[in-house]
Structures are given as structure tokens and as C-alpha cells.
Design a protein around this ligand. Structure first.
Ligand SMILES: Cc1cc2nc3c(=O)[nH]c(=O)nc-3n(C[C@H](O)[C@H](O)[C@H](O)COP(=O)(O)OP(=O)(O)OC[C@H]3O[C@@H](n4cnc5c(N)ncnc54)[C@H](O)[C@@H]3O)c2cc1C
Length: 368
């Protein structure tokens, strides 16, 4: 018998789930309040990194690798295969742990000297580089739209409306009430406003800065880089958008429906990071900004859990915590099995207290 599912929210989590379920024979309705990959959504920036290094954590390394395969099936053009370079500051840190895990899982990686991989580089503090040659960047906005289009092509119906919970159903702002065997709320930073009585997510302001640079800084060519200990990362110039520099330090609390104006302190840190690591770009012009937000669980592990009141019919999906994008299609495979009852959900993603060990993004997150 055909099963039905309503997925609310066409960010990467909701769109990937809708696509996977539609291809798997579910009757799918995908509800989106604005547009798939819109500018205020967590999935709405131009680029998101896809990498497998997650320190000692095997689950996320495997999930990222599975997602890498699936993104190639979705559309290889969404992937900028530029490699990801981790700046290691010693032998006992995140990079050494990632290297061990990746080697155990057979995921390509090697040690490299970062000097020479960038047109200009200052790396006195960098002991060595962990190179993930098959990692890179996803064209995130485009990818979210493509997932939605493929969901619709597989039979999903896309409803552009805002929804709110009404018992186990979804009530749309045009008055329609959607019922289904399963209703999944994948509403990103808007989950606390809808379900603040049962879940806890902290929403923080994260500003992204793009700097103008010469053709030498084009990506692919220039790799994506991550400095875990410094809580910083960046991407070369993809599609002429500019060289991207971001701090991964958690910003102040943020209202996802408010104005989006980058903070002067965030811009100053981005300029400092750029000048310190890539001296030739000191003083490069700021050519674009994007005010994003993290939706953080206490331990940066995702939230995938049944709502406590609806007997497994209503599910909450989110808590991307600044690193969720890449996992979208792989997480969708898992989530479909969990919501269908084919497998018990992973208790690490449950509602309720977390360990707060913040291990999956960068060590500096939240400590300034
Ligand atoms: C600055 C920054 C950098 C990041 N870098 C990376 C990275 O390099 N790699 C990586 O893997 N991840 C990264 N992430 C994390 C990643 O972007 C997010 O985890 C992911 O995009 C979250 O997707 P989502 O589907 O949960 O939420 P969203 O993309 O926000 O989607 C939620 C959707 O739900 C809709 N919605 C909300 N409420 C309703 C409602 N009531 N009715 C209907 N629709 C509704 C919204 O309009 C929105 O479209 C980064 C995040 C940020 C902010």
C-alpha cells in the first residue's frame, strides 16, 4: 500500500528527504514557505564544504562519504572538486585523528605541505596539511533547488505555503490541512518557533565574507581550507563570486526573521584571517556578504526524532549545527528508514539533553 509523507521545509534536509521518499514510492507533499534555497535559509548560500574528516567520529565520516557518492548521482555539476586542506598545528589534534579515521575507512587522504597550494601563503604556525583530494565544495543554493526539482520530477507535489502544526497534521496558511502517514518538520532555524516546547536549538548569527581577488585565486585550482584550531575556513573564488572567508566561532543569538546586516566585528575578523594566512590578499576589497545562521544542538549532532506526542507519525529534522549541508542525501536515506519504522532512530540524534562535547565543527566554536 502506498505510504504518504508531508515534509515541511525545502532546505537541504527537507528537499533531500522529499526526493528520496518520492523515488522510493511514497506519496510526497513538500511544503516551503518561501522558495527552495532562498536567501534566508541555512541552505541558501552559494557554497558549502563537503569533506569527510570528522576527527575520531566514524559515523559522520561514513555519512559524508556516502553523501559524496549520492551528490554525484544527483548532479556532478553541483560539486566543485577542488580538494579540502586541513591546517594541522601538531600531531595530537583533529587532523591526525581525522587522518587515522579516513585511512581506516579507505577514504582518500594524504599529508602535504600547504605552501605552494595557494598563490600566497603564510604558514609558520602550520605543521602539516591533511589533504582530502576528493573533497570540495557544493553549489549549495543550486543543489537545494535541484533536489526539489528532482523530488517533483519523481512525483512529489510542492506547495508554496507556510505551515504550522495542527495535531499530527500540517495546517497551511491558505487554510488547507495536510494529513499523511508521516509529517516531517524540517524547518531549520524556524523549528524553535514551531516546537519550542519540545526541542532546544540555539540560533546564532554567522556572517560570510567574499573578497575580490585575481584569477590566480579561482577554485578549482585553489583548494578549500579549514583551520580547525582557529575556527576558520575559506573557499577560493568559485564562479567569480570572490574568495570566501568565514569564522566558525558562534555569533550572537539571531532572529531568522529579522534584518540581515553583517556585524563589524565579524568583518574585522574575516579581514584579519585573510591577511594573516594569505598576505597578498591583505586589503582585498570586500565584494559581498551573506548573513547566515547556525541552528545548533548542544553537541552539534543533528536532531532527528519523533515528536513525543504523536506516536511516531510526526518527526522533527534539523539541528544542522553548521555542518549539515553535505550530509543531506545520505541523511535522507537514514531518515526514511527511521520514519518508516524499518530501523530504530539513532539515539544520538534524539530530543533531550546532549553531551555538549561540540566535536564536529571546530574546536574554537563558542570560545571566541
Ligand atoms: C555560514 C554557514 C556555513 C556553513 N558551512 C557548511 C559547510 O561548509 N558544509 C556543510 O555541510 N554545512 C555547512 N553549514 C550548515 C548547513 O548549511 C545547514 O546545516 C543546512 O543548510 C541546514 O539545512 P536545513 O534544511 O535544516 O535548513 P534550511 O536550509 O534553513 O531550510 C529550512 C526551510 O524550511 C522553511 N520553513 C521554515 N518554517 C516553515 C514553515 N512554517 N512552513 C513552511 N516552510 C518553512 C524555510 O523557508 C527554509 O527554506 C553552514 C551553515 C552556515 C550558516
Amino acid at each position: 500500500m502506498e505510504r504518504s509523507i508531508v515534509v515541511v521545509g525545502a532546505g537541504v534536509f527537507g528537499a533531500a528527504l522529499a526526493r528520496h521518499c518520492a523515488r522510493g514510492g511514497w506519496a510526497v507533499t513538500l511544503v516551503e514557505a518561501v522558495a527552495p534555497g532562498h536567501v534566508r535559509a541555512g541552505s541558501g548560500d552559494e557554497s558549502r564544504i563537503i569533506r569527510c574528516g570528522h576527527g575520531v567520529d566514524e559515523w559522520h565520516a561514513r555519512s559524508a562519504r556516502r553523501a559524496w557518492e549520492l551528490w554525484h548521482e544527483v548532479d556532478p555539476a553541483l560539486i566543485v572538486a577542488c580538494g579540502v586542506l586541513w591546517f594541522a598545528h601538531g600531531e595530537d589534534g583533529w587532523e591526525a585523528a581525522s587522518e587515522r579515521t579516513l585511512r581506516e575507512l579507505g577514504i582518500p587522504c594524504e599529508r602535504v605541505d600547504p605552501a605552494g597550494l595557494f598563490p600566497s601563503f603564510a604558514g609558520e604556525d602550520v605543521a602539516w596539511g591533511l589533504w582530502e583530494p576528493e573533497a570540495g565544495v557544493l553549489r549549495a543554493r543550486d543543489a537545494t533547488r535541484v533536489l526539489t526539482e528532482q523530488a517533483v520530477a519523481a512525483g512529489a507535489s510542492l506547495e508554496l505555503a507556510a505551515a504550522r502544526p495542527d495535531g499530527a497534521a500540517a495546517m497551511l496558511d491558505d487554510g488547507r490541512r495536510l494529513e499523511a502517514d508521516r509529517v516531517v518538520w524540517a524547518c531549520g532555524a524556524w523549528l524553535p518557533a514551531l516546537f519550542g516546547d519540545v526541542l532546544a536549538l540555539r540560533i546564532t548569527q554567522q556572517d560570510v565574507f567574499y573578497f575580490g581577488a585575481s584569477a590566480a585565486w579561482r577554485t578549482p585550482g585553489v583548494p578549500t581550507w579549514v583551520d580547525y584550531d582557529a575556527a576558520a575556513y575559506g573557499v577560493g573564488d568559485v564562479d567569480g563570486r570572490g574568495v570566501k572567508v568565514c569564522s566558525d566561532v558562534e555569533g550572537p543569538p539571531f532572529d531568522p526573521d529579522g534584518d540581515r546586516v553583517p556585524l563589524a566585528a565579524h568583518e574585522a575578523r574575516a579581514r584579519e584571517l585573510l591577511a594573516a594566512r594569505f598576505p597578498a590578499l591583505a586589503g582585498a576589497p570586500l565584494v559581498g556578504t551573506r548573513v547566515c545562521h547556525y541552528e545548533l544542538t548542544a553537541d552539534t549532532r543533528f536532531l532527528v526524532a519523533p515528536h513525543p506526542e504523536h506516536d511516531g507519525r510526526v518527526w522533527l529534522l534539523g539541528g544542522g549545527s553548521g555542518h549539515g549541508f553535505k550530509h543531506g542525501p545520505a541523511l535522507a536515506e537514514q531518515v526514511e528508514r527511521w520514519v518508516a519504522g524499518a530501523e530504530p532512530p539513532d539515539p544520538r540524534f534524539a530530543l533531550g539533553p546532549r553531551t555538549a562535547d561540540r566535536a564536529l565543527r571546530t574546536a574554537g566554536s563558542g570560545v571566541g
